[in-house]
Design a protein. Structure first.
Length: 158
């Protein structure tokens, strides 16, 4: 069954960073793509500063948010990064949303698919709400459990 997904993209005028320590991430220390193993906010700032362009992608729904019929943003971002690399953008670097769920590995014993694993924007200290708004996307804090989250991915392109 093919997945039909609406994906919206926008060039990001500025990536906003949080002034918080990323140790508030829920799965802290439980996955190799999460803090303290992911880039720190300070490291992420330095990486982001080396890029002139960023593409923010908005997804209607995603597997990371519990919708198993939807797209897996981690896989999509990794594939987009690879496509950009093969098109000559050799320094493309992608970040997904939320903890990586590509494989069943849920501890630190080793990543089963390191070629697809990407840190999340939140883990790197990116303020997803402010960044999405600057890119022209509507994003609000969910106040009820029955609301469907909108998921984002980011690809840095040089």
């Amino acid at each position: 069954m093919a997945i039909r997904e609406r994906i919206y993209l926008s060039l990001v005028p500025k990536i906003e960073m949080l002034a918080l320590n990323n140790s508030r991430v829920v799965v802290y220390g439980k996955r190799l793509t999460c803090p303290p193993y992911s880039p720190t906010p300070s490291e992420a700032r330095k990486v982001i500063a080396g890029y002139r362009r960023a593409i923010l992608l908005k997804f209607r729904s995603c597997q990371e948010c519990g919708d198993q019929r939807a797209i897996n943003i981690h896989k999509f971002i990794a594939e987009m990064e690879r496509d950009l690399f093969l098109s000559g953008y050799y320094a493309a670097f992608g970040m997904a949303c939320g903890p990586c769920d590509i494989c069943t590995q849920r501890d630190l014993e080793g990543c089963q698919k390191p070629d697809l694993a990407r840190p999340s924007m939140e883990a790197c200290g990116i303020d997803v709400y402010a960044t999405a708004r600057k890119a022209g996307f509507k994003i609000e804090v969910l106040i009820r459990r029955d609301q469907i989250p909108r998921c984002f991915g980011l690809v840095l392109v040089e």
